[in-house]
Write a protein that binds this ligand. Structure first.
Ligand SMILES: Cc1cc2nc3c(=O)[nH]c(=O)nc-3n(C[C@H](O)[C@H](O)[C@H](O)COP(=O)(O)O)c2cc1C
Length: 369
């Protein structure tokens, strides 16, 4: 049904316009009490067996919305209503910025993929913090806040920029993510090098502790699938050394591998980050590598090309405590979370594992047993 609607309606529309339209519908639906209760019951069924604990929080399930969909924290209830067990807002930057010129979002329908060069279009951390402070949540959820660098701020002043956003946003975050992996802010991904990452993460940790004194805000870093294997290892080691709470693997890729022959070559050539099915394999490899390195010492979030319950299950077996998605939501629509939850619960029931936590990293434990 959604697939037909997508083909007949959304594919004829500019992808960013379609995004804003769908976004508006979800937001408005979540504002109508009867409708949102009905939709949440239909689309966000809760399975007891999928309950997980992460970052000291009990969560309804492992499946969340990846950063970038709700950059300004305006549709958190709407996405919870659709079944996402956690919602990561952002990327938010210290200064408001318009992002790159349009057109900046492209569909590769035959490859079930997207290319984007949005460039962190967002209202800035002061506005987003004010919105979060005024928020009166309808549905309880776990809220991730993802921060990045303002484009016009030089790399040499990046730390101050992240610290400003941390000071404004950390108090509203159930977990905070330092994004150093988007390909659309020049120089941003250089911050993944350990020499840059160490002072950055240390400063953000200190800023979070200084501004939020009644609890410890969990801190994560989000990395690119394009890192060389030894750099993935280096980030993993640094995360353990600094006592980070987690790593999110992965962001979009600048590679153009894994594409079929049917997507429009002109679109394939567009600059930006590729997401969806083609990034699946590398995201899974990076996750595996991270888990082999850090084990259960820190929490891993698997993201990149997750389309089905089987994909999500594979990430959990590979070491992810939580999983996220974005691109497949565009292609599969409002019933997507429901099918992921249903399929995950079915897999867990027929698996040798009593709980989802037992399944985390099980693939690795089998290999090393
Ligand atoms: C249009 C678009 C915008 C995105 N914006 C952000 C962002 O602002 N910050 C971020 O950390 N990731 C961003 N991402 C990356 C996603 O969070 C995710 O890591 C990536 O798309 C891989 O997951 P997927 O294959 O399920 O889409 C964006 C992705 C898309 C498609």
């Amino acid at each position: 049904m959604y697939q037909l609607f997508f083909r007949l309606f959304f594919t004829r529309m500019d992808p960013e316009r379609a995004h804003h339209l769908a976004f508006g519908w979800i937001r408005r639906a979540a504002q109508v009490p009867v409708l949102r209760t009905f939709l949440a019951a239909a689309l966000a069924p809760r399975y007891k067996e999928l309950r997980v604990e992460a970052f000291g929080r009990r969560m309804h399930g492992p499946f969340g919305l990846a950063a970038g969909f709700d950059k300004n924290a305006v549709v958190i209830d709407g996405m919870t209503m659709l079944g996402f067990d956690h919602v990561e807002i952002g990327t938010v930057t210290a200064q408001p910025q318009p992002g790159n010129p349009k057109k900046r979002l492209f569909r590769l329908v035959p490859d079930r993929a997207l290319i984007n060069r949005m460039g962190f279009n967002n209202d800035g951390s002061a506005s987003v913090a004010a919105r979060l402070a005024a928020r009166n949540p309808v549905f309880p959820t776990t809220l991730g806040v993802n921060i990045g660098k303002t484009k016009i701020v030089p790399e040499s002043e990046a730390i101050g920029d992240y610290v400003t956003s941390t000071e404004r946003l950390a108090r509203h975050a159930d977990y905070l993510v330092v994004n150093v992996s988007s390909p659309n802010t020049p120089g941003l991904r250089n911050l993944q090098a350990v020499d840059h990452l160490r002072p950055l993460l240390t400063a953000v940790r200190e800023a979070a502790d200084r501004t939020v004194t009644d609890r410890r805000v969990p801190l994560l870093v989000k990395i690119a699938p394009d890192l060389a294997d030894e750099d993935v290892d280096a980030v993993a080691d640094l995360a353990v050394e600094l006592g980070l709470d987690g790593i999110i693997a992965t962001n979009t890729t600048i590679a153009r591998e894994g594409l079929g022959l049917t997507s429009d070559p002109a679109v394939v050539k567009e600059t930006g980050g590729l997401s969806g099915a083609p990034v699946k394999q590398r995201s899974l490899e990076v996750l595996r590598r991270l888990y082999a390195r850090v084990g259960d010492k820190i929490t891993l979030i698997g993201v990149g090309g997750i389309e089905t319950a089987e994909d999500a299950w594979q990430r959990i077996l590979a070491g992810a405590t939580l999983v996220q998605g974005y691109s497949a939501f565009i292609y599969q629509g409002p019933f997507w979370c429901r099918s992921i939850h249903k399929g995950l619960a079915a897999r867990l029931r027929t698996s040798p594992y009593a709980t989802l936590a037992d399944a985390v990293g099980a693939e690795h434990k089998k290999v090393t047993a």
